[in-house]
Design a protein around this ligand. Structure first.
Ligand code: SF4
Ligand code: SF4
Length: 473
């Protein structure tokens, strides 16, 4: 009988285990500038968004700011349309469409939103550009940071922070300009007449931009953005991601340009680390897909430039799918993609139908609380109401007011009113009904209708209660 050997597991005594620091200090990332197709593509997507963001609040429409979210007046103006609190469901629908739209894009092309259009990415790129202008190339920046404080260093750092702060202030003022008229804001702010809230919010958004794009950068994507965390559940084997072709690249190793990699038993990766140096999140894509990757494709541009110099085919790092990398057949339409696309289609259709069938008038009827009812001459019972009528259209309108639901009901007070665009009229009225119409009931339903004059039947209704004396004793 052979002697069974018991495996021995060596355990390091606790005294010899090094201290583990659960909070790791951030290693500063010095990104290298890179040129290439995807960097140009990022410019083409980033610039229109910047122009839209900074330009939109300066547009005018019909004598007012075209896009103005007027919170004190509870009105959102977007070109010809004014949205009221009653339109809140439309905003909820819009957010749902945006969320499902993002899911759909993510299933197809991964985190393409993060890499090309996310404000954090676009603003960080501008701040990185300012850094390069003021402090120089990657190597110059590393040298500057490691060197002593000199006049040159103080000047370059001041220039960088001045540029960052200027752009952050420009961003903050523009953001607040969506909520308060921007033409007045840019005059009032330097004169100190903008008001406490405008000053506070401008300062808040300026500092938020300065800190997020200047200091936090990739940490926002890695630790603060929830999208980075749950994106993986939307990925499948057909999702387009930035990938390193391990089969082609390994084993990696440096070599002379004219050397034959096959003779050296090497793959196409020359281990130059350029793909790591250009990465804004500081990861090595050769280690596989990582949640830090924002799919900006800068490593593709870097690697393609290396492949060109080595006379190797481009695409060692490329946009591809897991199936394509493994040589498996691809299919474009998958159940998940079909589901998300259908959700976007249905939600968009419903949103548009609600938007275009929106009624630009609203009425609320509020019963006078202090008085139940009053019996008046002629066998009539009277209740008092305040009607709140909103003109949600873009021009002054005349409205007819009527009451129904109880036979013989008559309004005592104006039955035709004119309201300016965007105004709310609080109209006190009395409603009188013959006592016999109540048929001994102590209350009955009444319906107030407001109809826009000459507008093809645009109307809104509000229900209320009419109180009476009840059965005769
Ligand atoms: S790995 Fe490549 S695509 Fe991903 S974040 Fe870094 S540079 Fe961008
Ligand atoms: S840039 Fe290309 S060649 Fe250079 S290390 Fe990265 S993958 Fe390898």
């Amino acid at each position: 009988m052979t002697e069974e050997r018991i495996p021995v597991i060596e355990v390091t005594p606790p005294s010899e285990v090094g201290e583990i620091d659960l909070y790791q200090k951030r290693e500063r990332i010095y990104t290298r500038k890179v040129e290439g197709f995807f960097q140009r593509l990022r410019l083409y997507t980033g610039w229109p968004l910047l122009i839209l963001y900074f330009g939109a609040p300066w547009l005018n429409w019909d004598g007012r700011q075209a896009i103005l979210f007027d919170l004190p007046a509870r009105k959102f103006h977007i070109f010809a349309v004014t949205f009221w609190p009653q339109d809140f469901p439309l905003l909820a629908w819009l957010l749902m469409i945006a969320a499902f739209g993002l899911f759909t894009v993510t299933v197809v092309a991964g985190r393409v939103w993060c890499g090309y259009t996310c404000p954090q990415t676009v603003w960080t790129s501008i701040f990185m550009w300012a850094e390069q202008v003021s402090e120089g190339t990657r190597n110059q920046r590393i040298k500057l940071d490691q060197g002593p404080w000199t006049v040159n260093k103080v000047w370059r750092k001041s220039l960088k922070h001045g540029m960052w702060f200027g752009f952050a202030a420009f961003t903050g003022i523009t953001f607040v300009g969506y909520f308060t008229p921007i033409r007045a804001l840019v005059i009032d702010l330097p004169l100190g007449q903008a008001g406490m809230w405008a000053n506070l919010w401008t300062l808040f958004f300026t500092m938020a931009t300065y800190i997020n794009a200047g200091w936090l950068r990739e940490q926002v994507c890695m630790y603060m953005c929830p999208y980075a965390r749950f994106q993986a559940v939307m990925f499948d084997h057909e999702t387009l991601v930035v990938s390193y072709d391990r089969k082609r690249g390994e084993p990696r190793g440096s070599r002379k340009r004219e050397a034959d990699p096959k003779a050296l038993a090497l793959g196409d990766c020359i281990d130059c680390e350029l793909c790591v140096q250009v990465c804004p999140t500081g990861i090595d894509i050769r280690n596989g897909l990582q949640y830090e990757c924002i799919t900006c494709a800068l490593c593709i541009d870097a690697c393609d430039s290396v492949m060109d110099k080595m006379n190797y085919p481009r695409g060692l790092i490329r946009y591809t799918t897991e199936n394509a990398l493994e040589g498996k057949p691809s299919r474009i339409m998958r159940p998940r993609l079909a589901g998300y696309s259908l959700a976007v289609l249905v939600l968009t259709s419903l949103f548009l139908s609600v938007l275009f069938n929106r009624i630009p008038v609203g009425i609320d009827a509020i019963r006078e609380r202090g008085q139940l009812f009053r019996e008046v001459d002629g066998g009539l019972v009277e209740n008092v109401y305040t009607l709140k009528i909103r003109n949600m259209g873009e021009k002054e309108m005349s409205y007819r007011i009527a009451a129904s639901g109880i036979e013989g009901a008559a309004i005592v007070g104006p039955t035709r009113v004119t309201i300016q665009s965007g105004d709310v009229l609080a109209l006190p009225i009395a409603l009188q009904v013959p006592r016999e119409s109540l048929q001994g009931n102590s209350n009955a339903d009444v319906l107030f209708t407001v109809t826009a004059v000459g507008q093809g039947g645009i109307r809104d209704t509000a229900e209320s209660r009419f109180l009476g004396p009840g059965p005769a004793r």
